[in-house]
Design a protein around this ligand. Structure first.
Ligand code: ADP
Ligand code: MG
Length: 776
C-alpha cells in the first residue's frame, strides 16, 4: 500500500546539517496499526509529514499503491492529502472560529462535496467518535479529549485509507488517552494507521507493529512487511475551494474578532469618508453652479451692441518696463477708449447672424433704436407722454429733449421664441397679476423684487405717480397707450419743418394707430435673473420691428434723409447727429443691438464660434465684437470648482493609501495569527490558491465593509454640513452625495484593500505546511 524507498530529508541550519530522515526504507500494509517510537528529535514527525504529503523528501521515493510520487505536482499532493490521508495532531488543531461540524466538514468542503452529503458524513463521523451529544457546541466549550475526538472525526470524515497521528494522546491524561487509543485502534481495523508516540506502553498495548526510530533511522521493526503492490489504477480527486467557501470562512473568522474588525473598518474608512464628503460638496456646488448657469446664464444673451469693449485691446497696455525719456507728454486715447470697439452693424451682418443654424438659438432679438410716438389718456384727455412739459406749438424744439422724447418709452425689449413662445419671460418671470403677453401689442410691467415699478414707465399710460405711491394690480392691468405712426403724429409746417401735432384725439382714432395694452405685471423669479429687464415696461422685439416697418418710409423720415438740417428744429447738424436723428425717427435700418439667446448653455459655444467666423480675415475695424457675460462668469466658477476638487481629492486620496497599508498590516497580522489554521487547511488538502483566496476574501470583506461604512458615515455627515453651510452662506442642500460616486468609492476601497492584503495573502499561501503545523 505505502512504500518508503531510501527516503532522505536533511535540514541545514547554518553550518550544521540535521539528518531528520536518513535513508529510510519501509513498507506498510493496507490495514495495520503501526506505532512509531523514538526519542524526541529522532525524525518521527518528519517521516509522518513525508507519508502524509505535508513535506517533500530530498531524495528517495514514496510509492503509493504502487505509484511513484516523484513526479507529483503540488495539486497532486493537495489531492492526496485530501482524499487519502487523515491527520491527527497532539494539539488537536481545531479551527477555533468554526463550529464543530464546520471543522469536521472542512476536508469535504475543500473537495467540493455537496452540502447534504457533507453534513451526513460529518454527523456520522461525530457519532462514531462519540460526540453526538456535543455536536452543537463551539470548540472552546470542549475538553481536551473531546477536542481530539473532533480532530479524529475530521480525519476520518472523508474515509481516508491512511490515518496519521502525531502523539495524539500527548496532551491528555491517561484515562482519556486510553479512550482515544481504543478509538484509533478501532479505526485501524479499516485502514492503515501510523501513530507516533513516545509512550512505549501505549504502543505495546494497542499497536500491531512497533517501529523504533533514532537519529533519522529505523532501528527495529517488530513486524516488517516485504510485499510489493501491483501498480493499480490509483486516481486522485483534485480539490478546489469555492470563492463562497473562502468568503464564509473569512466571515466566520472576522466575526470572532468583532471589536478589532470594527476598529479596522472605521480607521480605513476615514479616507473614504473624507473623499466622499469632498465629492459631495463639490458635486453640490457644481449642481448649484449648473443651476445658476441654466437659470441665468443661458438666459443671458450674447449681445452685439454699437460699441463693445474689446478686452484684448485693454490688455496690450503698459508692457514697457522702462520709463519714457521724453521731455514732453503725448496725447493718447485712454485705456478704456482703446478698448472701445465700434461695431459696424449693417444689414449684411444682420443677414449673417440671421443665417445662423436654427438649432443653436432659441431666439435672436434685434432692437432698433427707433422712437415710439406714444399718447395716452389722462382724466379723459389725450396727451403725449414725454412732451407734456413742452409747448406743442413750439416752432423750435431742443434737440436733446427731442431725442429724449422720441426714444424714451422707458422700457426693455424681451425676446420671443422663433415659434412665438414666451419661454424667456416664462423662465425668468412669473406673473403677479394678469398674464404673459400673447401678441406684439401686449406689454407687461416688470416689477423688481421689492415690487417697485418705474415712475416714468407708468407715465406712458397716463399715470402720474409719486414716489412710493401704491397701486393695486387691477389699477394697472388693462391700461392702454396708443402707438402712433410718424405720418399721423407729425405735421409739416409751412416752413418745411416738422413738429408733433396736438390733435391727440384724432391720432388715437387714426386707422394705423396701434393700441398697446398692459396685460400683466411680472416679477423676476430668482435674484439670479434680476435686472435682465429693467423695472418698467417690457415689450417684444416684434413691436420694435413693426414700429420700424411703419415709419421707415414716413414723410418726416424721407424729409430728414434728404435734408442736411434738423428737420424739426432747422438747425444744421453734423453727420452723426443726423444719423441719430434718423434712427430715432425710425428711418435707419441698422439695429442698435442684436441679442442672441442660445438654445442651451452648451450651444452657446457654437453661437460664439459662428460669430467668430465672421471676423476671420477682417481688418480690426471691420470686426464685430460681441459681449458674452455668462461665459466669463461660468468659466471662472467652473474651472475653480474643478481645481479645488482635484486638490482636495488628491489630499484625501493620501488617506486612502494609508488605509490600504493599514489593511495590509492587519492582514499580515491575521496571517501570522492564523498560521496554524493555514497548516490545518493545507493538511486537509487546501491548495496554495485556496489559502490566498481565504485571505483575499477577508480583505475584500474589510474593504467593502469600510467602503460601505465610510459612505454611510459620509452620507450622514452631509446633513449637519448642509445645516451649517446654509447658516453660513444661505445656500441650501450644498453637499449631495452622488450615488455613482458612492458606488465607485466602495469599489475603490475594496480594490485598494484587496491589493494591500494580497501580498500578505500570498505570503500565507507560501507558508510551509509542515512548519506551520509545528508552530505553537
Ligand atoms: P521528532 O518528531 O522525532 O521529535 P522531528 O521529525 O520533529 O523529530 O525532527 C527531526 C529533526 O529535524 C530535529 O532535529 C529537528 O530539529 C529537525 N527539524 C525538523 N524540522 C526542521 C526544520 N524545518 N528546520 C530545521 N530543522 C528541522
Ligand atoms: Mg515530533
Amino acid at each position: 500500500m505505502l512504500e518508503l524507498k531510501h527516503l532522505k530529508k536533511y535540514y541545514k541550519v547554518g553550518e550544521t546539517t540535521t539528518k531528520a530522515l536518513d535513508d529510510v526504507s519501509v513498507s506498510f500494509r493496507n490495514q495495520e496499526f503501526v506505532a512509531i517510537l523514538g526519542p524526541s528529535g529522532s525524525g518521527k514527525t518528519t517521516m509522518l509529514n513525508m507519508i502524509g504529503g505535508l513535506d517533500r523528501y530530498d531524495s528517495g521515493n514514496l510509492v503509493i499503491e504502487g505509484k511513484s510520487t516523484d513526479d507529483f505536482k503540488d495539486s497532486d499532493w493537495d489531492a492526496y492529502r485530501n482524499n487519502s490521508v487523515g491527520f491527527i495532531f497532539q494539539s488537536y488543531n481545531i479551527i477555533g472560529h468554526l463550529s464543530i461540524i464546520d471543522n469536521v466538514e472542512m476536508g469535504m468542503t475543500l473537495s467540493g462535496m455537496s452540502g447534504e452529503e457533507k453534513k451526513r458524513r460529518a454527523k456520522d463521523a461525530l457519532i462514531r467518535v462519540g460526540l453526538e451529544k456535543h455536536m452543537n457546541k463551539r470548540p472552546n466549550q470542549l475538553s481536551g479529549g473531546q477536542m481530539q475526538r473532533v480532530a479524529i472525526a475530521r480525519a476520518i470524515a472523508n474515509d481516508p485509507e491512511i490515518l496519521l497521528a502525531d502523539e495524539p494522546t500527548g496532551a491528555l491524561d491517561s484515562e482519556t488517552s486510553d479512550e482515544i487509543m481504543q478509538l484509533i485502534k478501532e479505526l485501524s481495523k479499516e485502514r492503515l494507521v501510523v501513530m507516533v508516540t513516545h509512550n512505549p506502553e501505549l504502543a505495546r498495548q494497542y499497536a500491531d507493529r512497533i517501529i523504533e526510530f533514532a537519529d533519522g533511522k529505523i532501528q527495529t521493526d517488530s513486524n516488517p512487511y516485504n510485499g510489493h503492490d501491483e501498480v493499480t489504477n490509483f486516481k486522485l480527486k483534485h480539490t478546489k475551494m469555492s470563492y463562497w467557501t473562502a468568503l464564509k470562512l473569512s466571515f466566520k473568522n472576522i466575526m470572532t474578532k468583532k471589536g478589532r474588525t470594527f476598529l479596522t473598518v472605521f480607521a480605513s474608512s476615514i479616507g473614504i469618508i473624507s473623499i466622499a464628503i469632498v465629492l459631495a460638496l463639490s458635486n453640490g456646488f457644481q449642481k448649484q453652479i449648473d443651476q445658476t448657469q441654466s437659470d441665468t446664464m443661458a438666459s443671458m444673451p450674447v449681445s452685439i451692441g454699437a460699441v463693445a469693449s474689446d478686452s484684448s485691446a485693454a490688455m496690450t497696455d503698459s508692457q514697457n518696463s522702462s520709463f519714457s525719456k521724453h521731455k514732453y507728454v503725448e496725447a493718447d486715447l485712454s485705456k478704456s477708449d482703446k478698448a472701445q470697439h465700434v461695431n459696424k452693424i449693417d444689414s449684411k451682418y444682420l443677414d449673417y447672424v440671421k443665417k445662423m443654424p436654427k438649432k443653436y438659438t432659441k431666439n435672436i432679438a434685434v432692437t432698433y433704436s427707433t422712437g415710439m410716438n406714444l399718447i395716452s389718456q389722462k382724466d379723459g384727455k389725450w396727451q403725449t407722454v414725454k412732451f407734456s412739459n413742452a409747448d406743442p406749438d413750439a416752432k423750435t424744439v431742443d434737440t436733446s429733449s427731442m431725442m429724449a422724447s422720441v426714444t424714451g418709452v422707458g422700457g426693455s425689449v424681451y425676446p420671443i421664441d422663433r415659434d412665438g413662445n414666451q419661454s424667456f419671460l416664462k423662465k425668468n418671470y412669473h406673473v403677479l397679476s394678469g398674464s404673459y403677453p400673447k401678441k406684439a401689442t401686449d406689454v407687461v410691467l416688470i416689477a423688481d423684487r421689492d415690487n417697485k415699478i418705474s415712475i416714468s414707465a407708468l407715465k406712458n399710460f397716463g399715470i402720474t405717480a409719486k414716489t412710493n405711491q401704491k397701486f393695486d394690480y387691477n389699477q394697472l392691468i388693462g391700461k392702454t397707450a396708443k402707438l402712433v405712426t410718424n405720418n399721423t403724429y407729425y405735421k409739416k409746417l409751412p416752413t418745411g419743418n416738422y413738429v408733433p401735432s396736438d390733435r391727440y384725439a384724432s391720432m388715437a382714432n387714426a386707422k394705423d394707430t396701434k393700441t398697446l395694452k398692459v396685460v400683466g405685471i411680472l416679477r423676476v423669479k430668482s435674484k439670479n435673473s434680476d435686472g435682465l429687464l429693467s423695472n418698467g415696461i417690457a415689450y417684444s422685439d416684434q413691436l420694435t420691428k413693426s414700429v420700424y416697418e411703419d415709419n421707415k418710409d414716413s414723410d418726416i423720415v424721407k424729409a430728414q434723409a434728404a435734408s442736411k438740417k434738423n428737420i424739426m428744429t432747422g438747425e444744421t447738424m453734423d453727420a452723426s447727429t443726423k444719423n441719430q436723428m434718423l434712427t430715432m425717427l425710425g428711418g435707419s435700418e441698422t439695429p442698435s443691438t442684436i441679442q442672441i439667446y442660445p438654445s442651451n448653455f452648451k450651444k452657446k459655444d457654437r453661437v460664439l464660434d459662428y460669430l467668430d467666423k465672421y471676423n476671420d480675415g477682417k481688418k480690426k475695424a471691420d470686426q464685430i465684437v460681441y459681449t458674452d457675460m455668462a461665459g466669463s462668469i461660468s468659466k471662472l466658477t467652473g474651472g475653480m470648482m474643478d481645481a479645488i476638487t482635484y486638490v482636495l481629492v488628491a489630499f484625501t486620496g493620501i488617506s486612502l493609501v494609508t488605509s490600504m497599508i493599514m489593511i495590509a498590516i492587519i492582514t499580515y497580522t491575521s496571517v501570522i495569527e492564523r498560521t496554524k489554521e493555514i497548516g490545518v487547511l493545507k493538511a486537509l488538502g487546501a491548495r496554495k490558491k485556496d489559502i490566498t483566496r481565504v485571505f483575499d476574501a477577508e480583505t475584500a470583506i474589510l474593504g467593502i465593509g469600510s467602503g460601505l461604512f465610510g459612505i454611510v458615515v459620509a452620507w450622514l455627515c452631509t446633513f449637519p454640513i448642509n445645516v451649517v453651510l446654509e447658516k453660513m452662506t444661505g445656500l441650501s442642500g450644498v453637499s449631495q452625495l452622488n450615488p455613482v460616486h458612492a458606488i465607485l468609492l466602495v469599489i475603490v476601497s475594496a480594490v485598494l484593500t484587496i491589493l494591500g492584503g494580497h501580498i500578505p495573502a500570498r505570503m500565507a499561501a507560501k507558508k510551509d505546511a509542515a512548519i506551520a503545523l509545528r508552530t505553537e
